[in-house]
Design a protein around this ligand. Structure first.
Ligand code: SF4
Length: 307
């Protein structure tokens, strides 16, 4: 995802300035015997989180299965940068060919940010799986985050070598998962991007083959590139099944990054990623993609705090 430009930042500042009004406190209401608030009362966010947990407990088989519940803090700057001439990951030993006996599609429960189950919205109950490719090696050179890609801080992530073997394996695993689960939601790509038009076409074929498959994620391939235009066409044809956002732009199905932290839920017409805001506030609400769903339920742009 790409950094916001100076012009966009100025537009945001102007937008925020329009909304900064002086609030005059109303006169204090007369007290009618109500006891003063208990200073030890549970904060409203925590009460909401507990209520949400109780509501979820009533849904059979749908629960938050994440192994870890605390993700990184996003402060608006890159955690680590790569050399400008890097053409792949800075952790080449973490790139692996397809292996016998190890799935390339990973249960989203291994990711504190994503989660393994959709808990809300139209896809509630879907199982989430993730695919991780090699950053930069599969991405457009035009990506604004070429040097500061968040993969630079993901030393442990296993990246699957892209190519025909991976496509064959994906076809088998998607078929097995779609046969096993009522609904499958795949997050493309935790790292990396569509490396060719043929690879994009592979996913279109999978959507045709499996009615219970949906896809979400991001691409840095912009309008005017064969892959970027292809993504746009597929998304228009199936906006409820192929929810791939275009990075570095606002507007419908856009996403962009902020180079400053914020607690604001919205910047202009964009939603600021609730998982990041909750992580920065101490994970009070335990928000993750499975409990949020904005990326696939809503075509409004999403803003991410750079990390
Ligand atoms: S907006 Fe919601 S679904 Fe999208 S990345 Fe953030 S938490 Fe996940």
């Amino acid at each position: 995802m790409d950094a916001i430009t100076t012009e966009e930042r100025e537009a945001i500042d102007a937008f925020m300035a329009q909304r900064s009004v002086t609030v005059v406190a109303p006169p204090a209401p007369k007290r009618r015997g109500r006891p003063p608030k208990n200073p030890d009362a549970v904060p409203i966010d925590e009460r909401k989180a507990r209520a949400a947990k109780r509501a979820l407990a009533k849904l059979p088989g749908v629960r938050d299965r994440r192994r870890f519940k605390a993700g990184p803090i996003a402060n608006g700057s890159y955690a680590k940068t790569a050399p400008a001439d890097a053409t792949g990951t800075i952790y080449p030993t973490r790139v692996s060919p397809v292996l016998e006996g190890e799935a390339v599609l990973k249960d989203g429960a291994h990711s504190s940010k994503i989660g393994g189950d959709v808990l809300v919205g139209r896809l509630r109950g879907a199982k989430i799986f993730t695919l991780t490719l090699e950053e930069r090696a599969t991405c457009p050179r035009s990506c604004r985050h070429w040097v500061g890609c968040y993969g630079n801080a993901m030393q442990a992530a296993r990246r699957w070598q892209h190519g025909p073997e991976l496509i064959d394996r994906l076809a088998n695993e998607v078929a097995a998962l779609c046969a096993e689960h009522a609904h499958v939601l795949i997050r493309l790509h935790t790292l990396g991007d569509f490396w060719s038009v043929e690879y994009l076409a592979f996913w279109v074929g999978q959507l045709d083959l499996h009615d219970n498959l949906t896809i979400f994620g991001f691409t840095a391939w912009g309008p005017g590139t064969p892959i970027g235009d292809g993504v746009d066409r597929v998304r228009r044809a199936g906006p409820d099944r192929f929810m791939i956002r275009t990075s570095n732009r606002t507007g419908t199905w856009g996403s962009f990054t902020l180079d400053f932290p914020t607690e604001a839920p919205r910047i202009g017409d964009a939603l600021v990623c609730p998982e990041q805001r909750d992580a920065n506030a101490g994970h009070v609400k335990k928000t993750h993609c499975g409990s949020c769903g904005a990326c696939w339920n809503d075509d409004r742009p999403i803003a991410f705090i750079c990390h």
